[in-house]
Design a protein around this ligand. Structure first.
Ligand SMILES: Cc1cc2nc3c(=O)[nH]c(=O)nc-3n(C[C@H](O)[C@H](O)[C@H](O)COP(=O)(O)OP(=O)(O)OC[C@H]3O[C@@H](n4cnc5c(N)ncnc54)[C@H](O)[C@@H]3O)c2cc1C
Length: 451
């Protein structure tokens, strides 16, 4: 019996899971529970943690420390689940083998009896001039860390500048995309910069946040959530531009489709996602970038291959003919089902198709504001906030006490504003798979490269 690259001994059925996000994490957990440690489960993922993405805006907003939402796999998954650190860069469906590169650049390969594609999604960069150079995305801890520091730096530099145009540009923050990422980021970011401004002797009302969206705020979600979020942001002074696009970005500002030029040093790109490129090249059916699967989450004609979460076009039982939206709630439930169905395929339990009862959605807007629709009951303000935070604590697989303590500290202490400078912008490039686009200079007076 030859030990394998992933540390397993090669004598038992082996399930390899690509990704440790909502779908991958819950596949591993459900599979381990059902098979009671009798199979080998390997999770290949670049991080050794599960990232609770819905609270990432609170990390950028200085409320939560990054480790609160990064739940270590080894602390919370059964010991029969092994983590192979690295990024999968090859999948051979015929040989039933995958390859990955570990963090030190060493290549590994391993075979599998069942493979789960749960690699999530990546930024979608539209062919808008300047976006890949000057915009910052928001999908992981490095981005949140970078953004928090960047906001502090802009306020620090504005506070010591004598040039009103520079101060205005540094205190202007443009967010493109009003899905839950852009909406929550604008909400949390605005409160954070207002607090920073106060502590630096600047007028908080000069902090200008601009949210640009082709459609309405939180389009695709419940009307109540959409209207509440829009109203809260506008009441707070966030400039919400719906039916608007950003047509050009440069180092010193952006140009909107309305013709307005906005000088800024901060452009946050929260416009949609597309499926991880790893999936795109596989010889299987892809629908709008997502792997087509049966209601059992199996890939048609490949009973050993499963996909779930953002990476999969899972038939939505409540909207015939459509795939389930890319949400954490679906990814968790699909992951749990993938675990169940793979266990069944190995002789443990029975197979089920995907069913889902919508539990509603929550959107945290910072301060005492939130919007929630638990079981279709519309809530706003403090009750919504309580539901939102309770929901997040219940949904996190670990670190609940630490997260709750951060929230208590936030309520009674000013936010910390030290700038650590640990992550620089080259470390967080936006995906540049968009067509080549020309770069222009918009003619703003202060041109400083993003740093
Ligand atoms: C900032 C933000 C806020 C959000 N807020 C909400 C919210 O409030 N409510 C909601 O329902 N949804 C929210 N979402 C969406 C939700 O987080 C996603 O729908 C969910 O994460 C999808 O889960 P997943 O497991 O498919 O993908 P992910 O959670 O993204 O996990 C993908 C995993 O695959 C790994 N991976 C990627 N490529 C490879 C590779 N080549 N090899 C190995 N591993 C790989 C990644 O490292 C990661 O571990 C938010 C998303 C973001 C970015």
């Amino acid at each position: 019996m030859t030990p394998r690259a992933d540390g397993t001994d090669g004598t038992r059925p082996r399930v390899v899971i690509v990704g440790s996000g909502f779908a991958g994490y819950h596949t591993a957990k459900s599979l381990a529970r059902r098979t009671r440690g009798e199979i080998d489960i390997v999770v290949v993922s670049p991080t050794n943690y599960f990232l609770y993405l819905p609270l990432l805006p609170e990390v950028a907003g200085g409320i939560l420390e990054p480790r609160r939402i990064a739940v270590a796999l080894s602390d919370t998954l059964p010991s029969c689940v092994r983590h192979a650190p690295g990024e999968v860069d090859a999948i051979d469906l015929e040989a039933r083998e995958i390859g990955w590169l570990d963090p030190e650049g060493v290549a590994h390969r391993t075979g599998y009896d069942r493979l789960v594609l749960a690699a999530g999604s990546v930024h979608k960069v539209m062919p808008v001039p300047g976006v890949s150079e000057y915009a910052v995305g928001f999908r992981g801890v490095p981005e949140a860390f970078y953004l928090r520091d960047h906001l502090v730096r802009q306020i620090d530099l504005a506070a010591m500048s004598d040039d009103p145009a520079e101060v205005a540009a540094r205190c202007t923050f443009v967010v493109v995309g009003a899905g839950y990422t852009g909406t929550e980021l604008a909400a949390q970011g605005q409160l954070f910069t207002r607090a920073l401004a106060r502590s630096r002797g600047l007028d908080p009302d000069t902090m200008r946040w601009v949210l640009v969206s082709r459609g309405r705020v939180l389009a695709g979600l419940d009307e109540h959530l959409s209207r509440t979020a829009d109203a809260v942001l506008r009441r707070r002074g966030v400039e919400v531009h719906t039916d608007t696009t950003m047509d050009e970005a440069a180092e010193d500002g952006v140009l909107l489709s309305t013709g307005e030029r906005i000088p800024t040093r901060t452009l946050l790109w929260c416009v949609g996602v597309r499926v991880d490129p790893l999936i795109e090249d596989l010889p299987i059916e892809i629908d709008d970038g997502r792997v087509v699967v049966e209601p059992t989450l199996q890939v048609p004609g490949r009973p050993e291959l499963y996909a779930c979460g953002d990476a999969a076009a899972v038939p939505d039982p409540s909207r015939p003919g459509e795939a389930t939206p890319m949400t954490a709630q679906h990814a968790v439930r699909q992951g749990t089902l993938a675990g169940r169905n793979i266990a069944a395929s190995l002789g443990y339990g029975t197979v089920r198709p995907y069913r889902h009862r919508d539990l509603g959605f929550v959107v945290d807007l910072g301060g005492l504001q939130a919007a929630a629709a638990p079981l279709n009951i519309p809530l706003t303000g403090l009750p919504a906030k309580v539901v939102a935070r309770g929901y997040h604590l219940a949904a996190m697989p670990g670190n609940r006490l630490r997260t709750a303590v951060d929230w208590v500290i936030e309520a009674v202490q000013p936010r910390q504003s030290a700038q650590l400078g640990l992550v620089r912008s080259p470390a967080i490039p936006l995906d540049t798979a968009s067509p080549e686009v020309p770069q222009h200079h918009l003619g703003f007076p202060h041109a400083t490269p993003r740093s």
